[in-house]
Design a protein around this ligand. Sequence first.
Ligand code: WQD
Length: 337
Amino acid sequence: MRVLLTGGTGYIGSHTAVALIDAGHQVTLLDNFANSKPTVLDRLSEITGVTMDFFEADVTDREAIDSVLAHRAFDAAIHFAAPKAVGESIARPLHYFNNGVGGTVTLLQAMDRRGIRNVVYSSSATVYGMSDELPFREDAPTEVINPYGRTKLMCEEILRDLRQSDERWNSIALRYFNPVGAHPSGLIGEDPQGVPANLMPFVAQVAVGRLPVLRIFGDDYPTPDGTGVRDYIHVMDLAEGHVAAVEHLATEPGHDVINLGTGNGISVLELVEAFERVAGVPIPTEVVGRRRGDGPASWADATKAGDVLGWTARRSLDEMVADAWRWQSQNPNGYPD
Ligand code: WQD
């Protein structure tokens, strides 16, 4: 199949591009480089041996999207392009609604004009909010706790309404838990702008000497060791889940919502211990107060992905850490400009 990846040079998008090529599909990438760098394109060619079509464009730019979709006969789109920082969404809600929701609508309208109506949407476990009914099943109540989460839930509901209005549309919203790690080549990986908000890239930057100490946001949670528990999933497992989803849409019509997680909860201290053990590098830590908006625990009920897509996460925490460390140690300052 020929698949358009919006946000294709981003962290999840670039790894999904590799998984799609590995699975024998053709890939076109679209990105505005708001949260990624052009170097990713060279790295993708090096890994796959394929030079993928690339368009620098913004999903809110109707004319640009129309011309990209006119370029090839696409079978489907995987829509990653959206701002994704929870804290930023609280400070800049209109930017999130315009890009996260408006960009999705612009893309879907352009796809409709071209008769391309299979779409996989990048959603997030953040839509489960702070519920303590664990593990999170897809039919669990959703709870919006920030504008970022609201954009994810709104786009899921847009896709559901679209399918109900026109059965030519087929869509799957994938709710990611905590993607971490990197392609085993170490050529692509997670390269957050500025100081990382997320745990794994922060730990990796402490390990490589870019940051001095990991501040642990609270060790007084009702969890086994008091630190926050999350469902960390290897980004290559996540990428393969997207391949399974877009292939599923080709033969199974409808709209669905599916968790992409391992079903296992790992604490901050457990992840730090694994990193020190696998990388052989000490990670200085300091316990500080809880981070506003954090819940104690989150992990997936991952059975539906197995039942519907025939996909399950298979890479271990040690593999996640080893691959994250290989990327970071080979690219201490991330991608070059
Ligand atoms: C994980 C754990 C922190 C950093 C976020 C988004 C979510 C999704 C994934 C997009 C928590 C602790 C972290 C640090 C720490 N993104 N921590 N010190 O918050 O579960 O999810 O990223 O879809 O929407 O909310 O991930 O990696 O930030 O935190 O102690 O410097 O690590 O308290 O327990 P989170 P995270």
